[in-house]
Design a protein around this ligand. Sequence first.
Ligand code: MN
Length: 742
Amino acid sequence: MMRQYELVERVQRYKPDVNEALLNKAYVYAMQKHGHQKRASGDPYFSHPLEVAAILTEMHMDEATIAVALLHDTIEDTTATRAEIDDLFGPEMGKLVEGLTKLKKLDLVSKKAEQAENLRKLLLAISEDVRVLLVKLADRLHNMRTLDHMPEAKRLRIAEETMDIYAPLAGRMGMQGMREELEEIAFRYINPEAYRAVTARLAEIFERNKGVLTDIEKALSALFEKHSINAGVKSRQKKPWSVFRKMEAKALSFEQLSDIFGFRVVVDTVEDCYRALGAIHTTWSMVPGRFKDYISTPKQNDYRSIHTTIVGPSRQRVELQIRTREMNKIAEYGVAAHSIYKDTGGKTNGAGHAISKETNAYAWLRRTIEQLAEGDNPEDFLENTKLELFQDQVFCFTPKGMLIALPRGATPIDFAYAVHTDVGDTCVGAKVNGRIMPLMTELKNGDEVEIIRSKAQVPPAAWESVVVTGKARAAIRRATKNAIRKQYSGLGARILERAFERAGKNFTKESLKPVLHRLARKDIEDVLASVGRGELASTDVMKAVFPDYKDERVTPAAPKQREEGWSKIRNAAGMLFQIPGRAARKDKDQPRDGAVPIRGVRGDLPVRFAPEGAVPGDRIVGIVQPGTGITIYPIQSPALQAFDDQPERWIDVRWDIDERTKERFPARVSVTAINAPGSLADIAQVVASNDANIHTLSMVRTAPDFTEMLIDLEVWDLKHLNRLLSQLKDNSSVSDARRVNG
Ligand code: MN
């Protein structure tokens, strides 16, 4: 087992100013915590985190990452707690260790859906700190190296998971060394026969061609020396898994794949890369169609190198990779190399090329995720992987780089609610990848979403039908309910104020407190909202607060009194009924004088308008709704068809409008608007300039160029409504406007 000072020395070799105290503290703490625990192999458990740390020193990781590696199993397997680690090592380390603990619990689930969920959590964890992935991969690598000690039943599952998820992820992150070793070990367990066969053949070929390989290496070295190029030349061993995979994927025979020798040429500068290439191409003939310049056009995971194949000195085909040391490091360690170099941000690499801003962990992750669903490059790492499990999800980012996972079809509204309920509730707009986009836009993988907020916003109820996440839906429902309740309780408070005032009493909300039980309401707000909704009469409240109060209004002889926000209807016998009105809210300045809008209603049933509304000028009919009252429909309303076979429910009613009455009536219109900036404002402007009110507005259908919306209006009468409709139709933002069911 590696000693404490050995670990420190290893890190010191590449990072002379290492924080020794941190490493020592983590070493001692983890060793004590794991105590006498043993691994399946019989080794002390502590040897495992120590080996994981050692793997990370090979990748030249900083001491914080190494320390996290030492601690990575403590919360899960020992008495250590997050709080204790926070205390001893600081919250940043605590968070990393906890993150790894959570990931550990996710390992090895069998169901596909659970696997996808694992991946989602893994990516979320990585997006918070890419070091989580580095430690996780090192952890997995050590577990793979010691897989022999696992119970046989578990080996195959661990190997498959490694092949499906961890190896491609390592590849995606540009960590080719890690990826290859994970694949090779997994291959050995998943398909032992193939592994043995391919390995044996490769060894045989290597043995047979040892001499040739040495010749080629010598010839290349001599060539570079002649041209004064400082170059390291190394033959590349074919890996059994990559040979096997290519054989399967391309249906090629072993011979077709294994007759090529591979060499890597590592030089100092980019210039040397091209000089070496020139020297090679002028000395030996190149195999057509095999030249690729990934230096001028790097691969998406930042891989840079020149690839070419020549017919070599012994008439063998020789595949060459030419690159600088810097490129080699990135090809080997990928995102890990970047996290090493992140401190040197603006500095230049050995080849005189600045490390581009894009080469940071965040950009890598973002690109990875963009490509997850697309699988655009079959030659790449996504082939045969299960990263396609992501197809029913989208991953988006906040401007700060936080990853938000959403179901496919999600909108910026879902995104906002996923970030935080407050963000959703105050969301008024969104920028997707820097551009303002409609809130109904379907988000795509890798989108960066910035939510524009306004404190004055109340989420429109119509959003409920737009969003796809349960969290957003529930929050919108709650917010809408609260907003409506607030409106009603505000209305209720005004009604009570007026009623009390008329009775010469002073209304305070507190005066309701002692009578809540008598009113059978749970709190004051509830009383106010009930009054606002018309479920509780103001006189009942008055009587509860002032038991000796006499209600004068019930006598027909009493002067017509109107309470704000209430409509009254009179039945055939001339009796007055009150129904909750819609008008007072917005036009309380209008004079009112006890209008009696509808005649013909029998008995004491409450009356309301159909959702599509009805306005004076419409021929109307009443439909008895057992238990709830009477609903007024315009006679032409298609909704009436539902009652065709129940004539007993039909009631003749007619408007009873007093000319002096200033009451508004509901009418629903459908407007098809052109999607252009300001078109909604145009529509609102037309409505407002015609002295109509918008009660609610909901988007029902959106196409890229048009939006269909339903608007519940409040108008004076049919003439008023028709004038408004024709002006809407004339507006350049509107392609169609018509009444719904009217
Ligand atoms: Mn572990």
